[in-house]
Design a protein around this ligand. Structure first.
Ligand code: A3P
Length: 287
């Protein structure tokens, strides 16, 4: 890898050097989970930022203060990124985190704790479109090339956090039992209120109808887009250029149809099926 390459390699995965340093990854490896921690796990572009909005609200009775005053990366930090160590002692229990890490690389205390996990998946065709635009606007990512070129890299796993199919597989069929809740981006789009009720139930929390309605309205795409603590407008334009493509871009299901030719779709489907061969993993978008 050239020295000006924005990526470093960690256990065979490309990670952006800007936020993943030797120190941050050591911090991650020796992180001490508490039993009441909650971690949302995603392959990039599957709804991480959305969960950074939802979790604090569901965990603290719908109080909007933190989501309106603390940037998403500080209120629900990525455990593997440099911000985690900086904000950890400001977080109050129950703490919420996000990670893109595969299951096998989780810190050992994750396995010995009873911390809860929410795994959010999304149609990989919509992920690749979202990711393509993210690569156009973020200077800490490799130039995506054309959309077709980027799809090839995505399918080959030559992108940050590796192959989508590997990520989905490693977080499936685990020993986590009822510690893990699986939810899809598509379910959240279709019925956010219902998804929030499911998550609340999983977290063992209750909320009055009125408060849940307010939380739901606050977590809708159009509200989050206005929230400067969540829309990445605080990041300098040299790092994230929201004018090239806003981070909160479209927030819809099925945008892939505007990008995939029939040939590309066939190739993509074949590669994803091959990657999931031998598993019983199915997704609502396959039906
Ligand atoms: P699009 O680029 O398709 O719009 P992540 O946070 O994992 O990087 O994922 C980013 C994707 O989630 C973007 O998708 C973004 O717009 C979408 N997203 C974030 N908040 C959302 C919300 N409240 N409703 C719908 N989509 C949301």
């Amino acid at each position: 890898m050239a020295s000006n390459d924005p990526y470093g390699l960690y256990h065979g995965l490309y990670l952006p050097k800007i936020a993943h340093t030797e120190d941050s990854l050591k911090y991650f490896e020796s992180f001490k989970f508490q039993d009441d921690d909650v971690i949302a796990v995603t392959y990039p572009k599957s709804g991480t930022t959305w969960m950074q909005e939802i979790l604090p609200l569901l965990l603290n009775g719908g109080d909007l203060t933190s989501v309106l005053t603390v940037p998403n990366w500080d209120r629900v930090p990525w455990l593997e990124e440099t911000h985690a160590a900086k904000v950890m002692d400001k977080l109050t229990a129950p703490r919420a985190f996000v990670t893109h890490m595969p299951y096998n690389l989780m810190p050992s205390t994750f396995f010995s704790s009873t911390a809860k996990v929410i795994y959010i998946s999304r149609n990989p065709k919509d992920i690749v479109v979202s990711s393509f635009h993210f690569h156009r606007m973020a200077s800490f990512l490799r130039d995506p090339g054309t959309f077709e070129e980027f799809v090839d890299k995505f399918l080959a796993g030559e992108v940050i956090f590796g192959k989508w199919t590997d990520h989905v597989k490693c977080w499936n069929n685990t020993d986590l039992g009822d510690r893990i809740l699986y939810i899809t981006y598509e379910e959240m789009i279709q019925d956010l209120h219902g998804a929030l009720e499911r998550i609340l139930h999983f977290l063992g929390k209750h909320m009055s109808k009125d408060v849940l309605k307010r939380v739901c309205e606050h977590c809708e795409f159009k509200s989050m887009k206005q929230n400067n603590m969540s829309n990445y407008s605080l990041v300098p334009q040299t790092i994230m250029d929201n004018e090239k493509s806003p981070f909160l871009r479209k927030g819809i299901v099925g945008d892939w149809k505007n990008y995939f030719s029939p040939e590309l779709e066939l190739k993509f489907n074949a590669s994803i099926s091959e990657g999931l061969k031998g598993t019983d993993i199915t997704f609502p978008w396959d039906e």
